[in-house]
Unconditional design. Structure first.
Length: 228
């Protein structure tokens, strides 16, 4: 028996293994039973010091076009204990729904002042905070109807390469949320809410921006669903 016992979760609270209309879900689902492979100590505990080996932060420069937003939250385990020093990577489309990537074929403009990516560390209480531009929606070019709603990708590293969590978080009140195949690939309605930002209180000041909040639970029955 494993020395670590976590609260189980229902498959309905996680992304469906196969999603009709989304061919990649079928290619990513193994056709044969998984083969258990023992992990070595180096895989379980290393490499350490990711914050030193990876570039942490966001590129400085002029403000990108679009709605400025602030995103904040915490990364915790199933008991609410903070995950301190976790490396968070984010990437997203710009306000026109365009990624800076050679495979993005959407005919939308690139914002020269917006890279759409960055890294940061959680503090001692597992908290994180960053400013960005609210991403735009974009069409899935392999489909004749599917538009992805605005969302931000999150990748969270634990103490080793083996402990990585990847998901997407969406914005409240977006009409395209109702038809997105990935968001709605999570069957349980309450679990889907864990993938949607909570809007913060609005204010007007020297730097005007809308505020959003989302906590991530990495284990147990209330685990944040993983979307890739």
């Amino acid at each position: 028996m494993s020395s670590f016992e976590y609260l189980p979760y229902d498959d309905g609270t996680q992304l469906a293994r196969q999603i009709e209309g989304y061919p990649r879900s079928f290619t990513r689902t193994p056709a044969q039973p998984l083969i258990r492979r023992p992990t070595t100590l180096s895989e379980l505990t290393g490499p350490t010091g990711l914050e030193r080996k990876l570039k942490i932060g966001f590129e400085d420069g002029r403000r990108g076009m679009g709605q400025l937003i602030k995103v904040e939250g915490r990364v915790v385990d199933e008991d609410g204990a903070p995950m301190a020093g976790a490396v968070i990577e984010i990437w997203q489309a710009n306000s026109a729904g365009k990624y800076i990537h050679e495979l993005d074929r959407h005919e939308a403009p690139i914002d020269a002042n917006f890279t759409g990516q960055g890294r940061l560390l959680t503090d001692a209480e597992g908290r994180f905070r960053f400013r960005t531009i609210k991403p735009g929606a974009y069409p899935v070019m392999e489909s004749d109807w599917w538009w992805r709603p605005p969302h931000i990708h999150f990748s969270i590293f634990g103490p080793s390469w083996m402990s990585r969590f990847v998901t997407q978080v969406f914005f409240p009140g977006e009409p395209l949320n109702a038809t997105d195949l990935l968001l709605n690939g999570v069957e349980d309605a309450e679990a889907r809410e864990r993938l949607i930002f909570q809007a913060g209180a609005t204010s007007v000041g020297a730097v005007n921006m809308l505020k959003y909040q989302r906590d991530f639970v990495l284990r147990g029955r209330h685990r944040t669903p993983a979307l890739d």
